[in-house]
Design a protein around this ligand. Structure first.
Ligand SMILES: Cc1cc2nc3c(=O)[nH]c(=O)nc-3n(C[C@H](O)[C@H](O)[C@H](O)COP(=O)(O)OP(=O)(O)OC[C@H]3O[C@@H](n4cnc5c(N)ncnc54)[C@H](O)[C@@H]3O)c2cc1C
Length: 359
């Protein structure tokens, strides 16, 4: 690696791949041991499966929290790790992890961010979530130009003829939003049965009555091009008739599917789509790289959030030992350790509580 590349890298104790509940708690456990972490996730928000798959569902098996929604759990974790001020890098996949001769790691993301990390902790769940793509011939070459899987800049679609594919919240929310700014909006979904919030669906039908959006029940068969420019899609409706719908921009919101992705290329021993680890350190086949949460595998593994929390605690001690070989790492309690309370930024609060108790 050239000097210039090294200069640009963020130097840190640990990079955590994945900001699901387990990756978030890893920040806390490292922080208690005085270690700084950088957290990276391919999604635009923290929370992993909790945020992406079931934010409003209640969880009943988090110790000492009889019930909370998945979104609340992530909010509480975010609050709990605040004192440790981890760098958070969202919307970018960790693509490259390379162990150097000095035992540290060069880490790179899909957006070109670089890290010089003492250790790497993979908390990648079921892999990185990727948008489900339109798999018709030649669609790929229009990606990012006239076929989009997420909206980076809504203004880019102002005044355009849009076709939106999907029946979930993203598809409906963008249909309603672009009804205000686009020249035309046609929503295409395979059936008139939507996963999106009923209020959004009602609003879409109301806009259709007003002639401000159109809705077509059908499936995209192919794209239409004119001199290499995307100009439409062919949609087969439920009645079996195929129509061409013209467009300038196509937005596809078919949800996300998990892929192990680049992790498979980091030289780690794998067991299908999981990473075998030992249960003392949660270390992978490469010393200095750890795996916790849903992504790891060991005898008796249970894919539960609370198992991931335990794994994060032990992995933090292992990282500390890896970074300071030969130094004993003492177990301390947050209740009584002035050092841990200082790291948590609660020293005064703890003293006040203590003197109130003595008084
Ligand atoms: C519907 C449902 C209900 C559930 N209910 C419960 C329950 O009641 N109790 C319970 O304990 N568990 C429950 N679970 C399971 C629980 O959600 C998982 O065990 C938990 O989310 C695992 O956390 P994690 O942090 O290991 O992984 P995840 O939550 O999967 O997060 C991993 C993150 O890593 C990111 N990532 C992966 N690869 C990369 C990469 N290369 N670069 C950047 N980012 C990457 C992903 O984008 C993702 O955000 C439920 C799961 C589902 C689907």
């Amino acid at each position: 690696m050239s000097l210039e590349r090294t200069k640009l890298a963020t130097v840190t104790d640990a990079v955590i791949v994945g900001a699901g509940p387990v990756g978030l708690f890893q920040v806390f456990e490292l922080g208690l041991l005085g270690l700084r972490a950088e957290l990276i996730d391919s999604l635009p928000a923290i929370g992993g499966q909790c945020t992406e798959l079931y934010p409003d569902k209640p969880i009943y098996d988090i110790p000492a929290v009889p019930v909370c929604t998945a979104r609340e759990l992530i909010e509480r974790l975010a609050e709990q790790i605040k004192p440790f001020n981890a760098g958070v890098h969202l919307g970018q996949e960790v693509t490259h992890v390379h162990k150097r001769e000095d035992g540290r790691f060069d880490v790179e993301t899909s957006r070109g961010a670089r890290f010089d990390a003492g250790a790497v902790i993979i908390a990648a769940g079921v892999g990185s979530f990727q948008p489900r793509k339109l798999s018709v011939p030649d669609a790929e070459k229009h990606e990012g130009v006239s076929i989009h899987y997420r909206v980076k800049d809504a203004e880019a679609f102002r005044g355009k003829d849009l076709v939106i594919l999907g029946g979930g919240d993203s598809a409906l929310d963008w249909t309603l939003s672009f009804a205000e700014t686009a020249n035309s909006v046609v929503l295409v979904h395979r059936r008139a049965d939507f996963r999106a919030a009923p209020a959004s669906v009602d609003r879409m039908y109301a806009l259709r009555e007003e002639g401000r959006v159109d809705f077509l029940e059908g499936t995209v068969q192919s794209i239409v091009e004119d001199n290499g420019v995307l100009t439409g899609v062919r949609v087969t409706a439920r009645d079996g008739v195929t129509r061409s719908v013209s467009l300038e921009q196509l937005l596809v919101f078919w949800g996300l599917s998990p892929k192990l992705g680049p992790i498979a290329n980091w030289g780690l021993a794998l067991n299908r789509k999981t990473i075998p680890v030992d249960t003392q350190r949660f270390q992978t086949s490469v010393p200095g790289i750890y795996a916790i949460g849903d992504i790891n595998d060991y005898p008796g593994k249970k894919k539960l959030i609370l198992s991931g929390f335990h794994e994060a605690a032990l992995a933090a001690f292992a990282v500390k030992e890896y970074l300071s070989p030969g130094q004993k790492v003492h177990l301390q309690y947050t209740t009584t350790s002035p050092l841990l309370q200082k790291r948590l930024g609660v020293t005064e609060a703890a003293e006040e509580l203590d003197s109130a108790r003595r008084a």
